[in-house]
Design a protein around this ligand. Structure first.
Ligand code: AMP
Ligand code: GLY
Length: 420
């Protein structure tokens, strides 16, 4: 098969790496890709949120199957355009992608499906939102309704902070994403991510992970896209996973189908777990980045068959073959990230590192310039390893990190600390 992956981060490098191990893949194109992806697949420059451009490209290149990495093309309806043109695609429709693109939509679905989640209010004006905050008290969570690149969530410790966040959002700090605001009960517990493939009818769990969103060691400092992750998530036991499927995920899928917007693709459920009970924090309609890197390292070539089965509506007969193993990924980021950072620094020491089924440096933001790998994003590398224990995986990953020569970057030395 000729396969096209949309995206160009660490997530897409790991997807490409897994897909290439599957003999069903004849040719792989990634758009736009990055320097790491270019070493293993063809890269194409393409506006991946332009459905028409993606369809034209797929037709010209005789693409049989498209895997959509990030949420933006899904929210823009690229999967619908491909399906309309008869191209097989892994990823939800624009309507179903509202599960990530609108927090108010997700809350309404949870209400209809009776899925446990934080109590909330949904507001289109600041005065009503502030009255709700005053009635509820703090801590409380203020969220821009729409996609805000992971920045639209404010955990307010005081009513005054919540009111300031409300003013910021309605004042346009998050653009159109903040035109509506969801205010939620602050949930306590431990967070974990649950990844499930869906084909519109059936669901198939493919793994659990925990990520480190804060920039600093000990989970301190500002939020980032994720500084590292590990799989499995020990807090998400089989019993809790079963509860999450029965109480949250299957009812959500049934409600989506009932509304005429069946969900097909990967569903990433962010869960808060307390006293053995899971509650939904949020849905994402794509793999997490860097969670995808640890999932792909554990699944390997079968990841392609599973995504293909989801796209073709065959999950009822699909099966995951689990190894009893652990994977961890350590993100190396540009100094300054998640605030402003410089691009263009050379990253050395990569050519001598092993690339095996248990050790891979996935590239997140890199470009090849004058023969050298240079940093071109905030998150630059995702150094990933597998082991029979999490400790062994961590040792392998940090041994690779120590060989990488990137003085303009930084990383956290404590990825996995809660589980270790
Ligand atoms: P979200 O973009 O909805 O995932 O929110 C980002 C992060 O904010 C989550 O991963 C949680 O750590 C935190 N968060 C979001 N909603 C809540 C909530 N209702 N209670 C506690 N923490 C939350
Ligand atoms: N690592 C968090 C995310 O991909 O949303």
């Amino acid at each position: 098969m000729n396969i096209l992956i949309l995206g160009g981060g660490g997530r897409e490098h790991s997807l490409a790496w897994a897909v290439l191990q599957n003999p069903k893949c004849d040719r792989l194109v990634v758009a736009p890709g990055n320097a790491g992806i270019a070493a293993i697949a063809d890269c194409a420059s393409l506006d991946i949120s332009d459905g028409g451009a993606v369809v034209t490209f797929a037709e010209e290149e005789a693409i049989d199957f498209v895997i959509v990495g990030p949420e933006a093309p899904l929210a823009a309806g690229v999967a619908d355009r491909l399906r309309d043109a008869g191209v097989l695609v892994f990823g939800p429709s624009q309507a179903a992608a509202e599960l990530e693109a609108s927090k108010a939509f997700t809350k309404a679905i949870c209400d209809a499906a009776n899925a446990p989640t934080a109590a909330y209010g949904h507001f289109t004006d600041a005065d009503a939102a502030k009255a709700y905050v005053q009635a509820q008290g703090a801590p409380i969570v203020v969220k821009a309704d729409g996609l805000a690149a992971g920045k639209g969530v404010i955990i307010a410790e005081t009513v005054a902070q919540a009111e300031a966040a409300i003013d910021d959002m309605f004042g346009g700090a998050f653009g159109g994403a903040g035109a509506e605001v969801v205010i939620e009960e602050f949930m306590t517990g431990e967070e974990a991510s649950f990844f499930v493939l869906c084909d519109g009818t059936d669901v198939l769990p493919i793994g659990t992970a925990q990520d480190h969103k804060r920039v600093g060691e000990g989970d301190t400092g500002p939020n980032t896209g994720g500084m590292g992750a590990y799989s499995p998530a020990p807090v998400l036991t089989d019993t809790i996973a079963e509860r999450a499927l029965a109480e949250i995920i299957r009812p959500t899928m049934a409600e989506m189908a009932r509304r005429g917007m069946p969900y097909q693709g990967v569903l990433y459920a962010g869960l808060m777990i307390e006293d053995g009970a899971p509650r939904l924090v949020e849905y994402n309609v794509r793999f997490g980045d860097p969670e995808c890197q640890v999932l792909m390292m554990r699944l390997g070539a079968q990841a392609f068959d599973l995504m293909h089965a989801a796209a073709e509506g065959r999950l009822d007969s699909a099966q995951v073959n689990w190894a009893d193993d652990h994977a961890i990924t350590v993100v190396m980021a540009a100094n300054g990230y998640p605030d402003s950072y410089d691009k263009g620094a050379v990253v050395g020491g990569l050519d001598t590192l092993p690339e095996t089924s248990s050790q891979m440096v996935f590239h997140a933001g890199t470009t090849l310039k004058d023969g050298a790998i240079t940093a071109s994003g905030g998150r630059v590398l995702s150094v990933t390893a597998r082991g029979t224990t999490l400790g062994e995986a961590a040792e392998r990953a940090y041994a690779m990190v120590d060989q990488i020569d990137y003085p303009d970057g930084f990383y956290r030395r404590d990825i996995g600390w809660r589980a270790l």
